[in-house]
Design a protein around this ligand. Structure first.
Ligand code: NAP
Length: 250
């Protein structure tokens, strides 16, 4: 039995990752922030693949909730999976905020850094006793750390911090043979930014034109990479930023 914990697994890239991992024979624990109905749909889909799945609420910006969250994960592992540790952690949860540099407030910076940086940093720290030795962590960043798109300075800065965080985690968790990498997706058709890339045809076409493979990414494109990077097939990949963008803005 192999178990993956996926934050933000109710929609978008986290959902696609949960389904890709389930298709590889893994069981999953997914988190949602508000959308319990969407989370339950993912649970049903994983069950239909033939794997176990549990959903639990998490707000990665709410650091004070982490002790209870970790306790709940521990109880779920024992009660639902008859074990004490899980195998893979995908730090994926979060949203983007698009605001010009000139209009970005301290509050927006705090929101984005709490959700994408402080949260995953402290949550991973608290989850370490529940992660088995030789496991793997994948932190989700963005293509926007390599190239610019107007309005994403604060979001991309937070994702830049995620990439540095991953390298340090890899460096310091190697003594437990835990691999840590960063996955940087390009623009993917999800609810991100209220579905801006998916639902605005001129934006979608413009991004496709700037992508070597000629289209915008789909959630399943990322699910497949997550499954690969977390699996033992990638056992010698560690401390790396892997971009999955179809060759965007090369
Ligand atoms: N889509 C892209 O183009 C793209 C590109 C590069 C990187 N990314 C990154 O990929 C990750 C997933 O994005 P997505 O496109 O899949 O977005 P999405 O479709 O909007 O899904 C967001 C997921 O995160 C959860 N979530 C939102 N805020 C949260 C919070 N504060 N704490 C915990 N969970 C929270 C949501 O839960 P609810 O369903 O309960 O709201 C949902 O499961 C994000 O880190 C994003 O920055 C996305």
């Amino acid at each position: 039995m192999t178990i993956a914990l996926i934050t933000g697994g109710s929609r978008g890239l986290g959902k696609a990752s949960a389904l890709a991992l389930a298709s590889e024979g893994l069981d999953v624990v997914i988190t949602y922030k508000d959308n319990i109905a969407a989370a339950n749909d993912v649970i049903d889909e994983v069950h239909s693949i033939g794997q176990k799945a549990v959903a639990i609420q998490l707000d990665t910006a709410d650091v004070n909730s982490f002790d209870n969250f970790v306790l709940s994960i521990s109880q779920i592992l024992e009660a639902q999976f008859n074990c004490t540790q899980f195998d893979y952690l995908l730090n994926n949860a979060g949203v983007g905020i698009n605001l010009p540099f000139t209009d970005t407030t301290e509050e927006t910076l705090t929101t984005l850094f709490d959700m994408h940086v402080k949260g995953p940093y402290l949550l991973t720290q608290k989850l370490l006793p529940l992660l088995r030795d030789g496991s793997a962590i994948l932190n989700v960043s963005s293509g926007l750390t390599r190239f610019c798109f107007p309005g994403y300075s604060a979001y991309a800065m937070a994702k830049g911090a995620v990439e540095v965080m991953s390298r340090y985690m890899a460096n310091e968790l190697g003594n437990r043979k835990i691999r840590v990498n960063t996955l940087a997706p390009g623009a993917i058709e999800t609810d991100f930014g209220n579905g801006y890339v998916r639902d605005t045809s001129e934006v979608n076409s413009a991004i496709a034109a700037r992508t070597a493979l000629g289209r915008v990414g789909l959630p399943d494109d990322i699910g497949a990479v997550v499954a690969l990077l977390l699996s033992d097939k990638s056992h010698w990949i560690n401390g790396q930023r892997i971009e999955a963008s179809g060759g965007m803005n090369l």
